[in-house]
Design a protein around this ligand. Structure first.
Ligand SMILES: Nc1nc2c(c(=O)[nH]1)N[C@H]1C(S)=C(S)[C@@H](COP(=O)(O)OP(=O)(O)OC[C@H]3O[C@@H](n4cnc5c(=O)[nH]c(N)nc54)[C@H](O)[C@@H]3O)O[C@H]1N2
Ligand SMILES: Nc1nc2c(c(=O)[nH]1)N[C@H]1C(S)=C(S)[C@@H](COP(=O)(O)OP(=O)(O)OC[C@H]3O[C@@H](n4cnc5c(=O)[nH]c(N)nc54)[C@H](O)[C@@H]3O)O[C@H]1N2
Ligand code: SF4
Ligand code: SF4
Ligand SMILES: [Mo]
Length: 891
């Protein structure tokens, strides 16, 4: 790379060609005020606070002047230039601008450094007032210096284009482009504008924000699988702000409304703070000793009589260390493999499908590989709502010229910006993927050398693909043949194509076939592993769903995906645990419920999953809980599931505990307690230990750090992962087999991880979904996510996110609504073959005629009483995406 040499305050510095004087000044170890500049944003050079003196040329704005060979730049000697610029800015502001705590205002900080004070006898400028309409983003117009950073952050980081600068001259101020109050704009509450604001004109609510920060804790977001690094500021054990961490983090200084703002649930008045035991039919407070003692005694009886009578659903919301302990409790203390986690409801087909195709059950590439991609194939995922930081990055890539193909029955935000949008009838993915593969072959867009060297199964696949010409695929899926061809050619001709996908692929009767036939496309194109492409990347859901599975909270797999049927793996664990490891695979979540209904399950421990709200066909789940003699539930709140339990343990949330999570691109990251849990509340980790101790068993590893170390000792995939290393070096991608391994952001660079080193193409035919519409149930209901709320909503509904979205709606197209004689806002009743729900009608063109969409974030709306028990034939993942319903006005 070409370098430029120049002199800064007498020191010779070298910077890359194209660097600015600001870069050169920083390279010399010096700093400048940069009030209108943010490295992530377009440069405007309007504030003049970064002026430096170039010998022979005079003053120049460092942020916008290119470094050139031989320049001599004076920084110290030019302080007066910058002080004058700061003075000019301060002169136009009310004096309180300098009272904003320095840790929240770059202006206050720089003025302190340059000795700039509020001018004596300053005339307070005319007041422009506040906009406090929005629950999370507060605007004090009088502190606005019209630097425009917020406007650019909203456009260039978030991609929402809400803001603009209005007015003239000194009266210029930021405002939502719509002109009305902030709350009525399209703002998605990502916080990017607040984070970049250099004066505190934009801030978050809370009186504490008038005070300096007391403590900062770097942790990992506990909502979705992106795993954003967050910097949590606290005072007196209360959270002041949560801000995204910058360089080096997966989120690169961005976050979303959940991780950034939705922490108010921690202090919710209905937080559980004491264990509960059911006595005479009602849950009554009990001491920790009584509750753990009671559970230990009951479980000891089951262990001695019939270990298979116990099952545990471990939590993808909890840490790796807690999941490790939960599966160890099931196996080593209770003697059963009946342990599972919500990956079953979500990406179990990804784990199974990706492992069968490539060898390992995780996504193939690091998220950063997106930067190299020229074509993105986004399938059955709505990251704008569900993984907002990913949604923004994909959108920014598209604005930078990458092509986008979206496969989704709904017209999502990214679908509106796609080059091609394929809208298959829900449940017909396999036909569409086979159709795309057919076109790749027909158009000669396959990488024959890659197929020859790195795959098997090609001939069989070719035979199958003959049955999937675009015209036939159009009949099955409703996707026009010419659109299918355009999409295939776009993907096929890309230099670096990447596939990102979500639950629209997995939550189907043939979800694993969907993952496998989608993976075929990357293989045909040689765009994964030893090829050059962006691979196949599931947008895994929960903060730690990857980790819960990695830790072996699965009925057939030990930590690190070692098969329970493998005697060597069992021996390795048995030696570390000093206990036998049962050899018979255990029950999956749906099988646990079935066993309960059959009277075969004596105790079910549900750690952090609201099965009554989020598992399908709620009526049958309720029957299972009712039939099970002992239901134990760990939760923060009295969720519907906790309310139906016999013992409830009140537990700590992610902001209150220590450990690690694994995010969607296989990154181990540290979780650190920012605040202490409320009095009376313990961690899942402590609860598991206490119950084991009550049974006379020792789970070992008394701290999360030791649990991770023990896991590393039994699971070769994670052999090099320790808390100490994560603290020192930052995140590590698995596989990371030893203390010297740097981790593996991109999998399969030499060969695939299957026994023969080859990737296995899958010849899987299209088979119809489990649910079908008929005259009695004519509409097809798809369920999925809303940006403002998270799964059961237990946390987000206890924050001001509830102001942003107050209830659940059923989304219906304008034509269907008219045909039904229904209007926006009407209360409507949905009936399926399994149950009924009552929702408010929202009319939108996002859904196709004949299809309707609902979230499932408000348990009171009982959306999951509608969904069926149909499941993926390989993994048991529910068919949440296809339910036949009838719609009528609510009486
Ligand atoms: N705000 C928010 N974020 C979340 C969550 C949340 O509840 N709220 N939950 C987290 C969790 S646990 C998960 S797993 C992820 C899920 O993240 P996503 O997978 O993005 O979530 P969904 O909205 O369930 O489904 C994605 C899309 O699949 C489409 N789809 C439905 N059927 C089909 C089909 O047959 N074919 C195709 N191609 N597409 C189809 C739907 O229209 C929908 O737009 O989100 C995580 N992030
Ligand atoms: N109709 C429909 N239903 C779905 C889906 C769909 O697309 N459509 N998606 C499915 C998917 S992908 C998923 S992942 C599931 C998610 O379903 P759940 O896992 O049930 O949902 P959550 O709300 O994430 O969390 C469950 C509970 O964990 C508690 N909790 C949070 N943190 C902790 C913790 O650290 N420890 C403990 N012990 N508890 C904690 C919360 O308060 C909450 O009550 O929903 C599934 N349900
Ligand atoms: S919070 Fe995000 S979406 Fe809203 S105005 Fe600020 S940058 Fe834009
Ligand atoms: S994108 Fe996901 S991980 Fe990042 S802040 Fe939002 S919820 Fe948290
Ligand atoms: Mo999920």
């Amino acid at each position: 790379m070409a370098v430029v040499k120049l002199v800064v305050d007498g020191r010779l510095v070298e910077v890359a060609a194209g660097a600015t004087l600001l870069d050169a000044v920083r390279a010399a170890g010096l700093a400048l005020p940069t009030l209108c500049h943010d490295d992530r944003l377009t440069t405007v050079a309007s504030c003049r606070t970064c002026l430096v003196d170039i010998t022979g040329r005079g003053p120049a704005a460092a942020c916008s002047t290119l470094a050139e060979d031989g320049l001599r730049v004076a920084v110290e000697a030019s302080r007066a230039l910058r002080r004058d610029a700061l003075r000019a800015i301060v002169a136009g502001l009310p004096t309180r601008a300098l009272d904003v705590p320095a840790d929240r205002s770059e202006l206050a900080r720089q003025c302190a450094g340059y000795g700039v004070t509020a001018p004596l006898g300053a005339v307070t400028p005319p007041e422009r007032g506040l906009d406090h309409s929005h629950p999370y983003v507060k605007l004090d117009r009088d502190l606005c210096i019209a630097c425009g950073r917020c406007v650019r952050a909203c456009a260039e980081i978030q991609g929402t284009f809400v803001l603009t600068l209005t007015g003239r001259g000194a009266g210029t101020v930021v405002a939502p482009g719509t002109g009305g109050p902030w709350a009525e704009s399209d703002c998605v509450s990502c916080g990017a504008c607040v984070d970049t604001c250099p004066t505190g004109a934009l801030s978050e609510p809370g009186l504490l924000n008038m005070l300096p920060i007391e403590r900062q804790t770097r942790t990992t977001c506990g909502y979705c699988g992106v795993g954003c690094s967050l910097e949590v500021s606290t005072r007196d054990n209360v959270i002041m702000t949560v801000r995204p961490a910058g360089e080096g983090s997966v989120n690169r200084g961005h976050a979303c409304v959940k991780g950034r703002f939705a922490h108010g649930f921690l202090g919710s008045t209905d937080r559980l703070t004491t264990p509960l035991i059911r006595r005479n039919g009602t849950l009554a407070p009990a001491s920790w000793e009584a509750a753990t003692g009671y559970v230990a005694a009951r479980l000891a009886g089951i262990r001695d009589a019939d270990p298979g009578g116990f099952a545990v659903i471990s939590s993808a919301r909890a840490t790796n260390e807690e999941n490790y302990l939960a599966q160890k409790f099931a196996r080593a203390v209770m003697g059963t493999n009946n342990v599972d986690n919500c990956a079953r409801l979500c990406h179990a087909p990804s784990a199974a499908g990706l492992a069968a195709t490539f060898g390992l059950g995780g996504g193939t590439n690091a998220f950063d590989d997106l930067d190299r991609c020229d074509v993105i194939l986004l399938v059955g995922a709505n990251p704008t709502a569900a993984h907002p930081v990913v949604g923004s990055r994909i959108f920014q890539r598209v604005m930078d010229g990458a092509r986008l193909v979206v496969v989704d029955p709904r017209r999502t935000f990214l679908a509106r910006h796609a080059d091609v949008h394929l809208r298959p009838r829900p449940g017909t993915n396999v036909a569409v993927f086979n159709g795309l593969a057919h076109v790749l072959v027909r158009e000669g867009l396959v990488d024959s050398a890659f197929l020859e060297t790195h795959t098997n199964g090609y001939d069989e696949l070719l035979g199958l693909l003959e049955d999937y010409p675009p015209e036939r695929v159009a009949e099955i899926s409703g996707v026009p043949a010419h659109d299918l061809v355009r999409a295939a050619v776009m993907y096929g001709r890309a230099l670096v194509p990447a596939i990102f996908y979500g639950l629209g692929v997995t939550e189907h009767r043939h979800g694993t076939d969907g993952v496998r036939t989608l993976s075929n496309l990357a293989l045909l194109r040689g765009a994964v592993g030893p090829g050059t492409g962006g691979g196949v990347n599931p947008l895994r859901g929960q903060n730690n769903v990857q980790g819960a599975s990695d830790m072996g909270a699965l009925p057939d797999l030990l930590p690190g995906y070692q098969k329970i049927l493998d005697p060597a793996a069992r021996t390795r664990c048995a030696e570390a645990w000093r206990a036998d490891v049962p050899s018979r695979p255990g029950l999956r979540i749906p099988q646990m419920f079935a066993a309960a209904r059959d009277g075969a399950l004596q105790a079910l421990w549900v750690i952090g999953e609201d099965v009554l709200a989020t598992d399908p066909d709620s009526a049958s789940v309720r029957a299972a809980l009712a039939a099970c003699p002992l239901v134990i539930c760990n939760d923060l709140f009295l969720s519907p599931t906790a309310a139906a339990a016999d013992v409830v343990f009140p537990v700590a949330a992610w902001l209150e505990k220590n450990g690690t999570f694994v995010n969607f691109d296989r990154r181990f990251q540290r979780v650190r307690a920012a605040v202490a849990p409320p009095a009376g509340v313990r961690t899942d980790f402590a609860v598991l230990h206490a119950v084991a101790a009550g049974m006379g068993a020792d789970l070992g590893c008394p701290t999360p750090e030791e649990a991770m170390a023990e896991c590393a000792s039994v699971a070769p995939l994670f052999g090099g992962i320790t808390h100490a290393r994560l603290d020192r070096d930052g995140p590590l991608h698995w596989p990371c087999g030893s203390a010297v391994s740097p981790g593996t952001p991109r999998l399969y660079q030499d060969r695939f991880a299957t026994p023969d080193g080859l990737a296995h193409l899958a010849a899987r035919p299209y088979l119809p979904p489990g649910e079908q519409c008929d005259a009695a149930y004519p509409y097809l209901l798809v369920t999925g996510r809303r940006a403002e709320h998270y799964n059961s909503g237990s946390m987000t509904r206890r924050t001001d996110n509830l102001v942003l979205l107050t209830d659940e709606t059923i989304d219906v197209g304008p034509g269907d609504a008219a045909a039904l004689g229904l209007h926006e806002g009407d209360t409507v009743r949905l009936d399926s073959r399994h149950g009924m729900a009552v929702l408010r009608l929202r009319i939108t063109d996002e859904v196709e005629p004949g299809q309707v969409f609902a979230g499932f974030h408000f348990p009171g709306a009982t959306v999951n009483s509608l969904t069926s028990a149909v499941e993926d034939e390989v993994t048991g993942c529910p068919e949440y995406k296809v339910t036949a319903v009838r719609i009528s006005a609510h009486a």
